[in-house]
Design a protein around this ligand. Structure first.
Ligand code: NAD
Ligand code: GLY
Length: 379
């Protein structure tokens, strides 16, 4: 489609390349799907919150392209990102006579996107899938780059595959129904892109934060587009995270410790990433890389985005020790060595190891917060 305000970002991965299209009023426009391969059937995977809002409109848009468009609503929540619930996707595909041409549509946030992507990677050894992300986090991060996964009782995102979608449809109108806390959580990943890859974008975020929090459409358009460009640029260089893609984990090492230590779901992932970036910025400063001005600048932006900047205490006995133990359990750890993403200078990141004494100092100065935050209403 050639609407004048349509933004397109290409993810350049040879024969696995695809487009991310960004605009308002996109997901329910049949033209958004005109370039997809022909098939008889499609399955929309969504959840019990997003489905009632958007699934029928997507089904209608797809019905001119596919003879049968089925809808599957999964229960809403990270706790359902399991084998058992992914099996419901296979049940729906098989019960409805779907075949190798069937196209899956992931309509929802990162949970639906990760599960649908993994189901698409495995059903009949791989069927095409389209991401229709409806959270900010999913639009700027999880729908792009082909990481798909489900959780295991012993670890988050432990079972999965790299499997790229054939298209990503970011409809900015869907962000209008997103709860504030979810919007703020998505902003953490956006701020991350500025910090690791584009100092001008970081400055733009500082200037435009109020417009973004007010969901101004043109501010949202630029933010989603620039974020997708940065993610696409990183993924194109290193699809399977053997090198530079690791910089996308800025703040995530501390964040994963917070999430695991408090119990998953206590803090939203984006809240933990916000706080984790402040901690990683402090570590960068302790290592003699970023300066104190940058740490303060980043902290202020994260705070203004409504995200926590003080870390929770995970253990009364040995808090820093608990953080270190949890960080060593992260799947990005190699031989017990924690690989921290640090800021070399604003807009440029690198990977460094750090002595435990330094990490302990960062944790001690960061941890003064109560462990509870405002929670999202349960769906
Ligand atoms: P989510 O999918 O749980 O969505 C958050 C909440 O918002 C849910 O209750 C959902 O139903 C609701 N929601 C979604 N869209 C809505 C809308 N438009 N209006 C109203 N409510 C809406 O959470 P998330 O933050 O989108 O994704 C988190 C997941 O993404 C985690 O499982 C994480 O592991 C994964 N993730 C994956 C990658 C990747 O590269 N694949 C990257 C980051 C995160
Ligand atoms: N969210 C980190 C990545 O996609 O690599």
């Amino acid at each position: 489609m050639h609407a004048p305000d349509l933004q397109t970002v290409k993810v350049d991965l040879a024969d696995r390349s695809y487009s991310i299209v960004i605009r308002r009023s996109l997901f329910d426009n049949p033209l958004s799907y005109a370039d997809l391969p022909r098939a008889r059937r499609a399955l929309i995977v969504t959840n019990t919150t997003v489905g009632p809002l958007y699934a029928e409109r997507l089904q209608k848009a797809l019905s001119s392209k596919y003879e049968r468009v089925h809808i599957l609503e999964l229960p809403d929540g990270e706790k359902y990102k399991t084998w058992q619930h992914m099996n419901l996707i296979f049940d729906a595909l098989l019960e409805n006579g779907c075949d190798r041409q069937t196209v899956l549509f992931a309509l929802g946030g990162g949970v639906v996107g990760d599960m649908t992507g993994f189901a698409a990677a495995s059903f009949m050894r791989g069927v095409p899938f389209v991401q229709v992300p409806t959270t900010l986090l999913a639009q700027v991060d999880s729908s792009v780059g082909g990481k798909t996964a489900i959780n295991h009782p012993l670890g988050k995102n432990m079972i999965g595959a790299f499997y790229q979608p054939i298209k990503v449809i970011c409809d900015l109108n869907t962000l209008q129904t997103l709860p504030d806390l979810q919007l703020q959580a998505g902003l953490a990943e956006v701020i991350k892109y500025g910090a690791i890859a584009d100092n001008d974008f970081l400055a733009w975020l500082e200037t435009n934060l109020s417009a973004l929090l007010a969901r101004d459409p043109s501010a949202l358009t630029y933010m989603v587009r620039r974020s997708c460009e940065i993610k696409a640029w990183v993924v194109a260089q290193d699809e399977r995270e053997s090198g530079v893609r690791a910089i996308l984990n800025f703040g995530h090492t501390f964040a994963h410790a917070i999430e695991a230590g408090l119990g998953y779901g206590q803090w939203l992932h984006g809240q933990a990433v916000g706080c984790g970036m402040v901690m990683a910025a402090h570590l960068s400063c302790q290592l003699g890389l970023a300066d104190a001005f940058f740490v303060n600048r980043l902290t202020l932006l994260i705070q203004k985005a409504g995200l926590p900047t003080k870390a929770p205490i995970l253990s009364q006995a040995d808090n820093a020790g608990r953080y270190l133990t949890l960080m060593r359990m992260d799947k990005k750890c190699t031989d017990g060595e924690i690989n921290f993403v640090v800021i070399d200078k604003p807009g440029r990141a690198g990977i460094h190891c750090a002595p435990d004494t330094l990490v302990r100092r960062v944790i001690s100065t960061s941890c003064t917060a109560p462990a509870t935050l405002p929670q999202v209403d349960p769906p």
